[in-house]
Design a binder for this molecule. Sequence first.
Ligand code: NDP
Ligand code: ZN
Length: 349
Amino acid sequence: MKGFAMLSIGKTGWIEKERPVCGPTDAICRPIALAPCTSDVHTVWAGAIGDRHELILGHEAVGEIVEIGSLVKDFKVGDRVLITAITPDWNSLAAQDGYAMHSGGLLSGWKFSNFKDGVFAEYFHVNDADGNLALLPEGMDLASACMLADMVPTGVHGAELADIQFGDKVAVIGIGPVGLMAVAASAIRGASEIFAVGSRPNCVELAKEFGATDVINYHDGDIAEQIMKKTGSVDKVIIAGGTVDTFIQAINMLKPGGKIGNINYLGEGDYVKIPRTQWGCGMGHKQIVGGLMPGGRLRMEKLASLVMTGRLNPSKLITHRFEGLESVEEALMLMKDKPKDLIKPLILL
Ligand code: NDP
Ligand code: ZN
């Protein structure tokens, strides 16, 4: 089969591979919708998780099952399915501990385009099909369905990690597709004020639509100063963009007892900086939690129901549309170059 792969750090290309083998609890799917992710960009061009050779890229897909393992209970050949970008081993101690995304070791629930071939191929393999697939709801558009693989669950996880409560004042640093879903999730969870930090005009417009009450442009100066001038310290911060230095601003704008939920994939820099005095010399009760999004069928079904009831419309993230597997290359390059009008590309097959 044909797939679009990371050849080595900084290099991509089309390769031929054997079609993956279906184990008893697995599924083999063909993609019907695909999307590239900023994480693919960190992986290839920043070499953020180390070198990979001839590893097929991509972890955001909607698929049709073409082969199913003999022990899979709830899915059959021909089913059209949602697939989580993170596909943990649900029968693992890490899962029993509540951290399925780290089943098999740190970040090891993230298998596509990390430890095994991803979804930018004619066929791809899904482990633990009963745990990691959900039926595509009748009537759901493929754009929303594809955003349920990663953008929605990751943005929502930002709101979970930051523990957004009714009435909270929240800053969402970064309003690319991930941050935009964090804005929407914060609004759904009852935030009173949401400061969205970003500059691309499309993203700014959509942030307001998803519930941002104010927009802060990081090109206009220190974002902590800008936000605190408007509202004082915030209760919660979600980090969905920026660099290792962004934590300085997040700590500075956070009130004692506040929480920072980081969902940004830190592609570069060896250390994250925490400002000592603003962190209360280590005693400020300012929590920082960073998390890989949880995968899993139940969570995907619940998030899909938010879409089906009209509470969330992630298809609004799509600014560029393509057709055919071969266009994943162009779509990924868009993600790398980030033209001003881009939020998220979608490929239909
Ligand atoms: P984008 O690059 O589209 O968005 C990044 C956002 O951060 C933009 O709004 C950008 O502003 C803003 N930004 C850039 N630099 C700064 C800065 N110095 N200070 C403040 N804001 C800044 O990324 P995505 O939304 O696609 O992804 C966000 C992150 O989430 C990525 O690192 C991605 O890899 C990661 N990710 C994490 C997952 C997880 O499970 N935790 C899963 C999926 C993705 P501007 O408007 O100017 O572009
Ligand atoms: Zn992704």
